[in-house]
Design a protein around this ligand. Structure first.
Ligand SMILES: Nc1ncnc2c1ncn2[C@@H]1O[C@H](COP(=O)(O)OP(=O)(O)OP(=O)(O)O)[C@@H](O)[C@H]1O
Ligand SMILES: [Mg+2]
Length: 268
């Protein structure tokens, strides 16, 4: 096992079946909290991930249950009677999801081909492990593109886009793969006033406002701006991003609008 894996062991596998692993946490992990070399990790969050090394690879598992057992009793504490929380053994139920290979270039694979043996170590997942599971670890693609005059420009095309911070994986910036995100259907859901329109505007701004990258090159977006809120949001994009504003009137025809300038109101 690599040295940095030893510092993030949280317990040992005590039960292995095709659809479930059970990990007993090491004593001293009070309240399911593990002090790792990089941070304090709260491992008992349903939906979070645990890694189990098998040979040179890792089985990635999702936490689907947690329970504790009184050391005096052979069965989990379900009676509701008092138990010694400090001395009780704590367990995680895990559902195996897939594998990440030791080869850093290899992608995350769904499905587990080699199951861990009994008493294998269980590790908490780091941000770089999550990036590999969600396949957002790729660096930007470096390319040379020619402009209209035929001059070549070297730059990068981003592969992923940051959209927020995870509530399950503490502090982990959630990234989406740009091609898959815009190539499929996406819904932004929330109560009124919760920030849906701002989220849409921020995602598009972050695509276009990257002068050092060939961001969103060739991409076209059509926005139906029924509340007149997106026109000011995109008023300060770089000039090289072509924009066209049209207003439909009740006769069914359209009229051109100039890009909104600072100080103009969105209702214009
Ligand atoms: N991340 C954020 N942090 C703080 N304030 C925010 C954030 N996102 C949006 N807001 C503020 O919340 C208010 C409502 O945002 P927005 O118009 O995007 O909500 P909405 O969900 O689209 O609302 P509606 O359902 O009415 O269309 C705005 O005043 C905006 O400035
Ligand atoms: Mg809105």
């Amino acid at each position: 096992m690599p040295d940095d894996d030893k510092g993030r062991v949280i317990g040992k596998v005590t039960n292995v079946s095709a659809d479930r692993l059970v990990v007993e946490l090491h004593r001293g992990n009070d309240n399911f909290t593990v002090v790792g070399f990089d941070d304090v990790h709260y491992v008992a969050r349903l939906g979070s991930f645990v890694l189990v090394p098998v040979q040179a690879d890792y089985v990635v598992c999702e936490v689907t249950g947690l329970w504790e057992k009184d050391p005096q009793s052979s069965r989990p504490n379900q009676s509701g009677t008092e138990m010694d929380k400090a001395a009780s053994a704590k367990f995680l139920d895990l559902t195996p999801l897939g594998m990440i290979r030791s080869n850093a270039q290899a992608k995350f694979e769904f499905g587990v081909s080699v199951f861990p043996p009994l008493y294998a170590d269980a590790l908490y997942a780091r941000d770089e492990d999550l990036d590999r599971v969600f396949q957002v670890a790729d660096p930007c693609n470096k390319v040379v593109l020619k402009d209209r005059a035929g001059t070549g420009h070297t730059g990068t095309i981003p592969v992923s886009l940051e959209v927020g911070t995870s509530v399950v994986f503490k502090g982990y910036p959630v990234k989406v793969r740009i091609d898959e995100f815009f190539g499929g259907h996406v819904a932004i859901l929330g109560n009124t006033g919760s920030g849906k329109s701002c989220t849409v505007a921020t995602i598009l701004q972050s695509l276009f406002e990257r002068p050092e990258e060939f961001a969103a090159r060739g991409a076209s977006f059509v926005l139906f701006d029924v509340n007149g809120e997106y026109r000011p949001a995109f008023s300060e994009l770089p000039d090289r991003i072509d924009r066209l504003y049209l207003r439909a009137n009740t006769e069914g025809s359209t009229e051109d609008l100039m890009p909104i300038s600072m100080g103009e109101t969105a209702s214009n």
